[in-house]
Design a protein around this ligand. Structure first.
Ligand code: BG6
Length: 477
């Protein structure tokens, strides 16, 4: 009793994956072709993800890493056994929309797809693991993109709701936590990967992006409404690619620039949590000549169907300056950032800032006063297998520092945090680079960037470390 608890008793500990980088099973079980199945690895990847290069013009030899990924489709039992062994109380995964509706337009859902996810949910529940489902994680049936131009068209909202209805009815009474869209703000930075937008020549890109954003926000609100009608205990969350922007200096211009950069992220959660467009966004759109086509009922749809919790990914803080010539840029979770001289960086140039996580938690909690959920965090690093062992002390160090920061946010700042799912708990394909070499997992998967390997799984040192963290409810940290 005298030991001060670092985490609440019912804190949810676990890991996260996404179908598009983990599941594979291309063409198996009746799955239709999805957005991610046409994103190649290699030098064209970035332009395809940004909607600047048409995937139809890729050559025959292109490699599409998502098609096999690490084949969770055929390894799901074994992989969940690892999660059980580590003591997970939550597992976040995404459902592949095109496994449920192969083109997005069928009247009936694909039974094989439903059966696949039902088996997963049942195994999780049998082992006291709470499923946390992402309905759409960078993935949608390709046909909706080719036929309707993706979320440009309101018909895609209907297709999404039909898909949600099947999921909600299937998992009523079984799954409590749902996320409508992974990193919804990513559509501004990676329009094709984030929302299936392929730009046409001469198109006003900002206009397209904000119209698409509006449709996703309406889809998210209507999904929330539908969820509550089907099971009033469902908890629906929004999801941001978070990480505060810091000003490069104390020059007020830099401070203001950081405020504006942060608004690009908050725009989405402001609508999803508060239920209306913030004034700063309306003004900015006016100034930039962006006009969103809305239906008369849209305002009410947004205001009546706000989310229950706010989930987010956090890899690092970001840095910005009003003067483009200042500082050098560095890698990061797609959203451009300057290099912060106070921080270390990963092998991929991503900054490492545990205190930034505490700060981000505080900013979000003060802004919304709603429960938060960290649904992605971790270190992408190259691992080396030596004598059948992987000593990933660097990963343990990163995770420990971030977990301590979240404990501080709860115990010292009073933030209400529901749980933590580290990213890529079993190694999977990197979203930004398409590489296998960039690993996040507690479990190693034998596969390389060229697609060679046995797919055999191997526990890393961090596996045993995380098991102890969970087993002591964080007191071992
Ligand atoms: C988030 C995504 O942006 O970051 C994940 O939701 C992604 O899909 C993760 O994998 C880490 O990024 P990366 O590029 O290292 O895989």
């Amino acid at each position: 009793n005298s030991i001060e608890q670092k985490f609440p008793k019912d804190f949810l500990w676990g890991g996260a994956t996404a179908a598009n980088q983990y599941e594979g099973g291309f063409g198996q079980g009746g799955k239709g072709k999805a957005l991610v199945d046409v994103i190649p690895s290699g030098n064209k990847r970035r332009d395809v993800m940004r909607g600047m290069f048409d995937y139809k013009e890729l050559n025959e030899e292109s490699i599409y890493p998502a098609r096999e990924a690490v084949d969770f489709y055929n390894h799901w039992e074994e992989d969940i056994d690892y999660m059980i062994e580590m003591g997970f109380s939550v597992y976040r995964f995404s459902i592949s929309w095109s496994r449920i509706f192969p083109t997005g337009e069928e009247c009936e859902s694909n039974k094989e797809g439903i059966d696949f996810y039902s088996k997963i949910v049942d195994k999780l529940l049998a082992n006291n693991i709470e499923p946390l489902i992402t309905i759409c994680h960078f993935d949608m049936p390709l046909q909706l993109i080719e036929k309707y131009g993706s979320w440009r068209d309101r018909k895609v909202i209907d297709a999404y709701l039909k898909y949600c209805k099947v999921l909600f009815e299937t998992f009523k009474g079984k799954v409590k936590y749902w996320i409508t869209f992974n990193e919804i703000n990513m559509l501004l930075h990676m329009p094709f990967m984030g929302a299936g937008i392929l730009f046409e020549d001469g198109e006003d890109k900002e206009q397209v992006k904000y119209q698409v954003a509006h449709h996703e926000l309406i889809a998210s609100a209507l999904a929330t409404k539908l969820a509550k009608e089907i099971d009033s205990t469902f908890q629906i969350g929004c999801m941001l690619a978070a990480g505060q922007f810091y000003p490069y200096s104390c020059d007020p211009k830099d401070v203001f620039d950081a405020l504006e950069k942060n608004r690009e992220t908050f725009f989405f959660s402001d609508v999803q949590v508060r239920g209306h467009y913030p004034e700063y966004a309306k003004q900015k759109m006016k100034t930039n000549g962006i006009e969103i086509k809305m239906l008369p009922e849209d305002e009410m749809i947004l205001s009546e169907n706000t989310v229950d919790f706010i989930s987010f990914s956090y890899y690092a803080s970001r840095l910005t300056s009003s003067d483009p010539s200042k500082g050098e840029s560095t890698g990061g979770n797609v959203i451009p950032t300057l290099r912060n001289p106070h921080l270390e960086i990963s092998d991929w140039g991503w900054q490492i800032d545990p205190l930034g996580l505490r700060l981000t938690l505080n900013v979000l909690f003060e802004r919304y006063e709603k429960p938060l959920f960290i649904v992605e965090n971790g270190l992408g690093a190259a691992d080396e297998v030596k004598d059948g062992k992987i000593n990933d002390d660097y990963r343990i160090d990163y995770l420990r520092k971030h977990m301590k920061a979240m404990s501080d946010a709860m115990t010292k700042d009073g933030v209400n945090l529901l749980g933590y799912t580290s990213w890529g708990c079993i190694d999977l394909v990197s979203a930004s680079t398409g590489e296998m070499a960039k690993r996040y997992g507690f479990v190693y998967v034998d596969k390389d960037n060229e697609g060679n390997g046995t797919l055999k799984r191997l526990r890393k040192k961090s596996f045993y470390w995380y098991k102890e963290v969970i087993g002591t409810n964080g007191n071992s940290l």
